[in-house]
Write a protein that binds this ligand. Structure first.
Ligand code: CA2
Length: 152
């Protein structure tokens, strides 16, 4: 008997997030990106979704990955890094792909510099989770799964 494929969640990490755990631990914590990805894959398994992770320091690569998600992914979880505050291209890709988007950030954007208070990604997102460190991603994945299950 053919098994139904699990819904897939695409997790995108923007620029500089590959340095997590190596610099500025007072802001971003000691957890590495590999740790976060492993926790997301494990939680996804528990919750019945397949998690695919991707990090890039290049805006166009992130746009390409978002475009390719259409028809293959059930939701997109994104920490756009600094592109959050600058990228209309990422916003347009997220709007075009027509999937539930959950925006996450390690730090609390609203306690930081004014320029971090505006997110282009927020316009395409169901919601935003920020300020909980690595747990922001795990909470975001739970939110994505709740949305996917409601649709099934
Ligand atoms: O809090 C977040 O998750 C951010 O998306 C992180 C971005 C920042 O530009 C956003 O305003 C908020 C920066 C990611 C840089 O990550 C680093 C990790 C370790 C060392 C240096 C930077």
């Amino acid at each position: 008997m053919a098994m139904d494929a699990l819904p897939r969640v695409l997790v995108l990490h923007g620029p500089n997030l590959n340095m997590l755990g190596q610099r500025e631990p007072q802001i971003y914590g000691h957890t590495t990106l590999a740790d976060i990805n492993a926790m997301l894959v494990a939680l996804g398994r528990e919750l019945g979704v397949e998690v695919e992770t991707f990090q890039s320091n290049h805006e166009g690569e992130l746009v390409g990955k978002i475009q390719a998600a259409r028809g293959h992914m059930a939701a997109v979880l994104i920490n756009g890094g600094a592109y959050t505050h600058t990228s209309v291209a990422i916003l347009d890709a997220l709007l075009a792909v027509d999937l539930p988007v959950i925006e996450v950030h390690l730090s609390n954007l609203y306690k930081r510099e004014e320029f971090r208070h505006h997110s282009y990604i927020a316009r395409a997102a169901v919601g935003q989770i920020c300020g909980f460190g690595a747990d922001s991603y795990l909470l975001g994945l739970r939110a994505a799964v709740a949305i996917i299950q409601r649709k099934q």
